[in-house]
Design a protein around this ligand. Structure first.
Ligand SMILES: NC(=O)c1ccc[n+]([C@@H]2O[C@H](COP(=O)([O-])OP(=O)(O)OC[C@H]3O[C@@H](n4cnc5c(N)ncnc54)[C@H](OP(=O)(O)O)[C@@H]3O)[C@@H](O)[C@H]2O)c1
Length: 247
């Protein structure tokens, strides 16, 4: 299958690229940083099944240029993974409207832009899978010093929920993935945090199941805690967030 992934230059996007390539899919990736080839730990040195375009997903003209490149190359995606995202502090001493706006521009509009570009293609052939890499943070605003992040992910998740509900019975799938903490460092993983490679393997495995068209949360314990937090009062959650930030 042909897979399009945003944000492939590091982290989960890079791990997903390697995973899809291992499964013998073709991948077209985008990111702002140019990647020629990944080194020893990152794999992918030169792979004929991988194409890359420099692209800032928050700039629609950039996305349209990449779409045109793909069209010219005859690359029609079967799976579109909207992974590019930022998680910067916008409440660090003072509130930063610039960081707030940038977070939404990348995490929400930088994802929805690709829905706009590929939905007509998927609808026309009545098939295709959109994957939103959202976050367990979409359930509760638990990230210290971050205001826009949870909201941008919640809006992305709700966009996918509305699509799922309103595009029925079309065969276009809208899968929302809510990872908890992820890390490139194996020694910092555990029940609450997962390695990028394991996260990518879980996602690729779940996407292979044809019935999947909904929400996929992981790791289990982290997901359970995040969802339970929705039922706790703000004053209690605020104490927990501050205590965790201080530790
Ligand atoms: N890490 C976690 O614990 C965690 C938990 C839950 C959800 N998530 C979500 O998972 C996704 C991947 O996170 P990650 O941990 O892999 O982060 P990461 O290592 O910082 O990777 C983010 C990727 O997005 C790309 N990106 C950022 N802004 C972009 C833009 N304007 N245009 C194009 N590409 C852009 C980056 O590439 P360039 O900088 O080269 O553009 C990079 O390849 C994000 O959506 C994040 O919110 C992460």
């Amino acid at each position: 299958m042909n897979v399009f992934i945003t944000g492939v230059s590091s982290g989960l996007g890079r791990a997903l690229t390697n995973e899809f390539l291992t499964e013998r899919h073709k991948v077209w990736g985008v990111a702002r940083r140019k990647i020629e080839a990944w080194d020893n730990d990152g794999r992918l040195t030169s792979n004929g099944s991988f194409r890359f375009s420099v692209c800032d997903v928050s700039v629609m003209a950039d996305a349209e240029r990449v779409r045109a490149q793909m069209k010219e190359a005859g690359f029609v995606p079967d799976i579109v993974v909207l992974n590019a995202g930022v998680m910067e502090n916008d409440l660090d001493g003072t509130f930063s409207y610039d960081v707030f706006k940038k977070t939404y521009a990348i995490n929400l509009f930088g994802a929805v832009a690709w829905l706009d570009l590929f939905l007509p293609v998927f609808v026309e052939r009545d098939g295709g899978t959109f994957v939103a890499i959202s976050s367990l943070s979409s359930y509760r605003g638990l990230n210290n010093k971050k205001i826009a992040y949870s909201g941008s992910k919640a809006a992305l998740s709700m966009t996918f929920e509305c699509m799922r509900l309103q595009m029925t019975p079309s065969k276009v799938r809208f899968v929302t993935v809510n990872p908890g903490g992820m890390s490139p460092d194996e020694s910092r993983t555990g029940l609450l945090k997962i390695h990028y490679k394991s996260a990518a393997q879980k996602i690729v495995r779940r996407l292979a199941s044809p019935g999947l068209n909904g929400v996929f949360d992981f790791p289990f314990l982290n997901a359970f805690i995040s969802k339970t937090m929705r039922f706790l009062p703000d004053f209690l959650v605020s104490r927990i967030v501050k205590r965790c930030a201080g530790s």
